[in-house]
Write a protein that binds this ligand. Structure first.
Ligand SMILES: Cc1cc2nc3c(=O)[nH]c(=O)nc-3n(C[C@H](O)[C@H](O)[C@H](O)COP(=O)(O)OP(=O)(O)OC[C@H]3O[C@@H](n4cnc5c(N)ncnc54)[C@H](O)[C@@H]3O)c2cc1C
Length: 448
């Protein structure tokens, strides 16, 4: 194989970045070039987003700059808008705006997932997802600035609305985001003369009868108990009917007003996949074999949240691996090895990994974990959550920065600064300048 053999990776998240890291380490010099395409210049370590939102970790430290770690790869900042396996090319809309086609010999499809939404009135206007670092930073600033506003208003209804926060969806993303943000807001309340921690109302609504499906039912129940203990209202078997103008109506008849609705009710495969000629299943996932190769195209690989991968550890032949970081990281390693085997005309290996369980943080010193069937609760689970994710965090640089963030938070307590201005950086300057002066039309000298 010559260097002009081109490996193109769509998406620089868990699967994309870990695949590229392994390829750059294992490919022989001049064996192939690797190009990673992603609209973001960084990979986001999503399990740390709740801690970034709560101020225990500096948000910059939960992302990994792709160009810094993928020194032997080409990194292209742009969005893939189409894939043609017939022409062996991907269509890319570059960050600068122009559209081009890039050919490939081997393609890795890893654009992940997006929030799964429902046609609920008001969701588009009122809701915010919790999948990237911008949303985590925004929510942190939003919660703290709402506390500032609530402390200054004389309108009791507005105050109640500002201090009510709703999270919809009880998977680990929703539960961790809720628990960490609630913990942070209660801690921050001690610095307000007229906000008591009991004034803050945090609500979780989950359509099914349990939360945290990633752990066993008893651990799910334990998590509910912990949330209730932290004065978080939990509605199970309940759906949101509407949220127009921030007026929330649940299907059990409960109604309340809130200005904060975090939508974490599951994910669906990236909709960009519909703009490709790849085989998709009924959920919109790329259909792969256990070797992570796309049906009918051995030169195309896929894995992670966007892929339908057989779960060989289950007796059910139709079982697929769940969308989780745990599978994404391990699939990436197998995928990279199989890409190299494919290039060298060697046999590929099927992916097989038994889900070992989950660890979740429920706020400072609180957690729930179930690993290899062993249940851990409270501070031990919280410690396990931190050490596990720290060990998985890519690069020594990021690990070191996160440990130093935790150490600083331990010594100086949580940071409760709201940087609300970053969401409207030009507002103050525009206010200083005032309205743009109207230019008088030029005077026609002949007529004058
Ligand atoms: C808050 C939160 C907490 C979580 N906690 C856990 C946990 O504790 N344990 C666990 O196992 N899992 C957890 N997960 C799930 C886990 O993060 C995902 O399963 C994992 O990120 C999937 O990896 P992926 O590579 O498929 O997708 P991603 O990591 O999302 O990567 C997809 C990449 O594709 C890029 N992309 C999107 N569209 C395009 C396009 N058109 N062209 C090019 N690139 C594109 C994106 O920018 C992104 O970089 C959590 C998720 C969230 C949101």
């Amino acid at each position: 194989m010559a260097r002009d053999t081109r490996i193109v990776i769509v998406g620089g998240g868990y699967v994309g970045m870990y695949t590229a890291l392994r390829l750059q380490r294992k490919l022989a010099a001049n064996e192939a070039s690797v190009t990673v395409i992603d609209p973001q210049a960084n990979m986001t370590y999503q399990p740390f987003l709740p801690e970034a939102a709560a101020g225990s970790i500096e948000p910059r430290h939960v992302v990994v700059p792709l160009r810094k770690v993928l020194r032997k790869c080409h990194v292209l900042t742009g969005r893939v808008t189409g894939i043609s396996r017939e022409r062996r090319e991907v269509t890319v809309e570059a960050a600068a705006g122009h559209v081009s086609q890039i050919g490939y010999d081997v393609l890795v499809v890893a654009p992940g997932s997006v929030a799964r939404t429902l046609p609920i009135p008001g969701l588009a206007e009122q809701g915010i997802a919790f999948k990237n670092v911008a949303e985590a930073i925004y929510l942190r600033n939003h919660v703290l600035s709402h506390m500032d506003e609530a402390a200054s208003t004389i309108n009791p209804e507005l105050r109640r609305k500002l201090l009510t926060f709703l999270v919809v969806g009880g998977g680990y993303a929703g539960v961790e985001a809720l628990a960490e943000l609630a913990d942070m807001s209660r801690y921050a309340s001690r610095y307000y003369e007229n906000i008591d921690e009991t004034d803050l109302r945090w609500v979780l609504v989950e359509a099914s009868g349990r939360i945290m499906p990633e752990v066993s039912p008893p651990m799910g129940k334990y998590t509910v108990k912990q949330l209730l203990k932290a004065r978080i209202e939990v509605y199970l078997d309940t759906r949101v009917k509407s949220m127009t103008g921030g007026h929330v109506v649940l299907d059990d008849g409960t109604e309340f007003d809130t200005d904060t609705i975090v939508w974490t009710a599951g994910v669906k495969p990236n909709p960009m996949l519909a703009e490709t000629d790849l085989p998709l299943d009924d959920k919109g996932r790329v259909i792969c074999s256990a070797s992570l190769q796309v049906d009918g195209s051995p030169e195309i690989f896929s894995a992670g949240d966007c892929a339908s991968v057989p779960d060989l550890t289950k007796d059910d032949p139709d079982a697929k691996t769940s969308p989780s970081a745990q599978h994404a990281v391990r699939q990436a390693a197998q995928l990279a090895d199989n890409v190299i085997a494919h290039l060298r005309s060697k046999p590929v290996t099927p992916y097989k990994h038994k889900h070992v369980g989950s660890v979740a943080s429920l706020g400072l010193y609180k957690g729930a974990a179930e690993v290899y069937g062993i249940k851990l609760k409270g501070p031990l689970a919280w410690f396990m959550h931190r050490t596990y994710h720290l060990s998985r965090m890519p690069t020594f640089n990021r690990k070191f920065r996160i440990v130093s963030d935790w150490t600083q938070a331990l010594l100086f307590r949580r940071e409760v600064v709201s940087l609300e201005q970053i969401h409207e950086p030009k507002k103050e300057f525009s206010r200083v300048i005032g309205p743009t002066p109207r230019l008088d039309p030029p005077v026609d000298k002949k007529q004058a």
